[in-house]
Design a protein around this ligand. Structure first.
Ligand code: FMN
Ligand code: SF4
Length: 422
């Protein structure tokens, strides 16, 4: 199966620091087109393209821009979410390190749409080594007249600033990210008001994932009609998938939305390592659902994965073979989530730790069937009552693994024997 390299078209082919090379490859042409359009026309083009967010929730991008476009405000902001905190995910890093100008281009187009003149890139602390590349790409874009004052003689001003996180997963959540940029402790805010009305520094804000913004540039370079024909009707475009775990060939791959998960694992990634069989797949990173080997004949698009009880999320696919135990994997997930909980709301602060304790009890062969019921109750309570997505997602691997690997849990309870867990 051949990759379709739309977002990765320049990867490894141009110097990411040099805007002139991006321009030579057709870059900033989409921005040029957008600079001659009104805000509402730009938003309409995105509506026709059907682009949905690539950061996790799959929200229609045009709608976000429309909220900020309609909002009153002397200052509006465009924020690029480059926190990429989902365990195992590398796609935004690839885009930023090989073709950062495509992300800047998307930000400028979004800025023109909502009449914003300032953008921020919020980069995760672990990616601080990308700062010199990004600074050089920003400076060369300014020198080429594609960023800063009076872009391409259009009279439109837009500039981009970099901000570094401090290593908290929760700061990828949009409102916690705003708090962090504002210099406060990174905790999610209560909503409403939503960011389109009151976001960064209390101003109307559009926040998008790195990959979403790179797609905006592509849509204006190649046209909404072209874009809307790639992928599936409800999830057009390509998607970057990070495949990690026990496959022969791991990495970031670009395919049209709607690619089949089984083909991705066996045709693209070469299947399982020698002498091992597939046990499970977790789609969407640590916060995604865990499915068993019989369920992998699945279409990877935003709605199809949701309908099967999971989430495509940022497109991370963790493949696990028979050397793993699901109870142990879930214990690991919970250890991550309880550590990253910001502690602001009780269901997540207390529930995450309690879930970890109960799953550990089962992993150690000391659990009972009543513990399993308590785990399900607790996970459902977190799903329904936690303040932000971190608390909601903690429940996803727990509930999906119980649903899809019930005999494995019973085995730990009845036979209290597992070579991996113990
Ligand atoms: C705990 C948590 C962590 C998140 N981390 C990220 C992240 O690292 N990158 C990202 O783009 N979105 C992340 N999100 C989703 C963002 O809140 C937001 O929905 C997304 O960036 C919106 O961009 P999009 O519309 O382009 O997808 C996270 C959400 C939660 C709840
Ligand atoms: S769900 Fe967790 S991370 Fe989110 S606000 Fe509550 S305590 Fe913080």
């Amino acid at each position: 199966m051949e990759e379709m390299r739309v977002l990765l078209r320049n990867s490894g082919k141009i110097d990411p620091r040099n805007a002139k090379e991006y321009i030579k490859a057709g870059g900033y042409e989409g921005m040029k087109k957008a600079l001659s359009m009104s805000g509402s026309k730009i938003i309409n083009e995105l509506h026709e393209a059907g682009l949905r967010g690539r950061g996790g929730a799959g929200f229609p991008t045009w709608r976000k821009l429309k909220f900020a476009y309609d909002a009153d405000g002397d200052i509006k902001y465009i924020v690029c979410n480059a926190d990429e905190g989902e365990p195992g995910t590398n796609k935004d890093r690839i885009l930023l390190s090989t073709d950062p100008c495509s992300v800047f281009e998307g930000m400028i187009i979004a800025g023109k749409a909502v009449d914003s003149h300032v953008g921020f890139i919020y980069l995760r602390a672990e990616y601080s080594y990308l700062v010199p590349i990004l600074e050089a790409a920003l400076e060369s874009s300014r020198s080429a007249g594609c960023l800063g004052k009076n872009i391409m003689g259009s009279g439109f001003d837009f500039d981009i600033k970099l901000r570094l996180g401090a290593g908290a997963y929760v700061c990828g959540e949009e409102t916690a990210l705003f708090e962090s940029i504002e210099g406060k402790r990174g905790e999610p805010r209560f909503r409403p008001p939503f960011p389109g009305i009151k976001g960064l520094f209390g101003k109307p804000t559009v926040l998008n994932n790195v990959e979403t913004l790179a797609n905006i540039a592509v849509i204006f370079q190649r046209g909404a009609e072209w874009f809307s024909k790639i992928g599936t009707p409800n999830s057009p475009g390509t998607k970057l998938f990070t495949v990690c775990g026990n496959v022969k060939r791991r990495g970031v791959f670009e395919f049209p939305m709607g690619v089949n998960l089984k083909e991705l694992i066996y045709d693209v990634c070469g299947g399982m390592e020698e002498g091992h069989t597939l046990l499970a797949v977790q789609t969407g990173g640590a916060s995604g659902a865990i499915i068993n080997a019989d369920q992998i004949d699945m279409t990877l698009d935003i709605d199809a994965v949701s309908e099967s009880g999971g989430r495509l999320g940022c497109g991370t696919i963790l493949v696990m073979d028979d050397r793993n135990c699901i109870v142990d994997i879930v214990r690991n997930n919970l250890d991550f989530f309880r550590g990253e909980s910001c502690g602001k709301c009780t269901p997540c602060r207390e529930g995450g730790t309690r879930l970890y304790q109960l799953i550990s009890k089962i992993a150690e062969g000391k659990g009972t069937i009543s513990d399993l019921r308590t785990i399900e109750d607790l996970a459902n309570t977190m799903r329904l009552t936690a303040l932000c997505g971190l608390g909601h997602s903690t429940a996803v691997p727990v509930l999906s693994s119980i649903r899809n690997f019930y005999p494995t849990y019973l085995h730990h309870i009845d036979k209290d024997k597992c070579n991996v867990c113990m």
